[in-house]
Ligand binder design. Structure first.
Ligand code: PBG
Length: 322
């Protein structure tokens, strides 16, 4: 039945009505807040391309973790900035590496907050690539062992979930096997399954000091024009044992989130990455957009597309204002 019997505006007449019929709701319970942990004491160094986000020494990371727990968000995603980098990225799987130390300190101070760690080597390697280099490119298979070792050491130090972001083939299976061999069968893997070689990671690489010294990540991260390939990546990761799969970046890949939601029954996470954050902050500073509205609109869009879990630098702020 059409107009005048049907009038779509009837349910938009006031805020109560609009709230009642709202289809997508944001809740802190589905949000994850990424943080960058660095060496030192009482360090809180703002990332210049990400105003409002910081490199935090462990003492300050503990404070943020407490805040996050109180705000009711699901978890924090930890990235480590090591004291020293080397060819293999050894700090990633060193028992006394930056992440391992941070995990032990944070675990002592928060009980329920989920501690999720990014499993990758790029923050730890001198060349800035996500794995072992051979003949000028990342060598897939030797990298797998290092990733599995990193995962095991993170979980031993207190991680609740591990999140491989390296995009090596077979890494979910290698990590699952590594964890299971150590009896860590109950730890979920949230894989960055469809991770694109994106221009949106620029500010993160400043924050983590992980810009590749040569070349780029196109031989391992996905080519942005491809959608079917993303579904294959996701299917393979699920087959290898991923408990949660992620699409990243989020806003430019809503179609992938939506297709993944239709096709797969595992929980889907989406990562609103650094460049998405920085664009909003920059435009808001210039007075060109209404900051709070755009934050809500973009994060809601990611959920509306089908993401169950939202990884965003706005998690803490949203949790306090929602
Ligand atoms: C590590 C990693 C990156 C991000 C998450 N994990 C950087 C990259 O792949 O270059 C990006 C997150 C962001 O931009 O916020 N491989």
């Amino acid at each position: 039945m059409a107009f005048p019997t049907n009038r779509m505006r009837r349910l938009r007449r006031n805020q109560r009505l609009r709230n009642m019929v709202r289809e997508t709701r944001l809740s802190p319970e589905c949000m994850i807040y990424p943080i960058f942990v660095c060496p030192g004491d009482n360090v809180k160094k703002e990332v210049s391309s990400m105003p409002g986000q910081f490199n935090l020494s462990i003492d300050n990371a503990v404070k943020v973790a407490r805040e996050a727990e109180q705000a009711g968000i699901a978890g924090i995603l930890l990235f480590g900035i090591p004291e020293e980098k080397d060819e293999l990225g050894s700090d990633a799987f060193n028992e006394d590496g930056i992440i391992q130390k941070a995990l032990r300190a944070i675990r002592e101070n928060v009980r329920e907050l989920l501690l999720i760690t990014d499993i990758c080597l790029c923050e730890y390697t001198s060349h800035g690539h996500c794995g072992v280099i051979r003949h000028g490119d990342v060598d897939n298979d030797p990298t797998l062992k290092l990733l599995a070792d990193s995962a095991v050491s993170h979980v031993r130090a207190g991680a609740d979930i591990v999140a491989p972001s390296d995009m090596m083939d077979g890494r979910v299976a290698a990590i699952r096997r590594g964890l299971d061999d150590e009896g860590l069968t109950g730890t979920p893997i949230m894989s960055y399954a469809a991770k694109y070689a994106s221009g949106f990671y620029g500010p993160f690489r400043e924050a983590a000091g992980s810009t590749p010294k040569f070349g780029d990540r196109r031989t391992y991260q996905m080519d942005p024009p491809n959608a079917r390939e993303a579904l294959r990546e996701i299917a393979l990761d699920i087959e290898e044992g991923a408990d949660i799969v992620m699409v990243k970046p989020a806003l430019a890949y809503l179609d992938i989130i939506s297709q993944a939601r239709e096709r797969f029954d595992v929980p889907i996470a989406a990562y609103q990455v650094s460049g998405e954050y920085s664009m909003i902050e920059a435009a808001a500073r210039a007075g060109w957009i209404e900051r709070e509205r755009v934050i809500l609109e973009t994060t809601t869009a990611i959920k509306r597309a089908g993401a169950d879990i939202l990884i965003t630098y706005y998690a803490l702020e949203l949790a306090k204002t929602l």
